[in-house]
Design a protein around this ligand. Structure first.
Ligand SMILES: [Cu+2]
Length: 137
C-alpha cells in the first residue's frame, strides 16, 4: 500500500511538471573566458528549447552570445530584460549566427525566453523555450 502511494505520488508530480512545462532537461554551461578576455558561447534556439538553457558567466567580464535558430519555419526570438544588471536584449533568431554583447554588472539569475505565442496555443516559453543566465563572482 505504501509503495502504491509513493508510485501515485511520483506520477502526480511528473504530471504536474509536464503540465507546467518544466520538462526541459537542464543543459548547463559554464562559459570560459577567451584569450581576448571575452566570455563567448554559442546558443541555439528551436522548438521549443534553448541549448544551453543555463548559461553561467562571470560578473564584470564582457559576454558574447553567438545565437542562432535551428532550421525550420517557426520564428523564434531571445529576450532578456535585466537593465539593472547591464543586460537588455531582444533578438529575432536567424539560422545565421548573430552576436549579442554585454557586460553583466550584477550577480544573480536572470531568466531569458522566446516571447512568441501562436493564437490560443501555449507560448513558446511555456513549452520550454526558456533559460537562465547565471551571473556569478
Ligand atoms: Cu520561440
Amino acid at each position: 500500500m505504501r509503495r502504491y502511494l509513493s508510485l501515485v505520488l511520483s506520477l502526480a508530480l511528473a504530471g504536474a511538471a509536464f503540465l507546467s512545462g518544466q520538462t526541459m532537461p537542464e543543459k548547463r554551461t559554464v562559459v570560459t573566458i577567451g584569450a581576448d578576455g571575452v566570455q563567448r558561447i554559442e546558443v541555439i534556439g528551436g522548438s521549443y528549447y534553448f541549448d544551453p538553457n543555463v548559461i553561467v558567466v562571470k560578473v564584470n567580464v564582457p559576454v558574447e552570445l553567438r545565437v542562432r535558430k535551428e532550421s525550420g519555419i517557426t520564428a523564434h526570438n531571445m529576450v532578456l530584460k535585466a537593465p539593472e544588471a547591464g543586460i537588455d536584449f531582444s533578438v529575432s533568431l536567424s539560422t545565421t549566427p548573430q552576436s549579442i554583447t554585454f557586460t553583466p554588472t550584477k550577480t544573480g539569475k536572470f531568466p531569458f525566453a522566446c516571447t512568441h505565442k501562436l493564437l490560443f496555443f501555449k507560448s513558446h516559453k511555456d513549452q520550454g523555450m526558456q533559460g537562465v543566465l547565471e551571473v556569478v563572482e
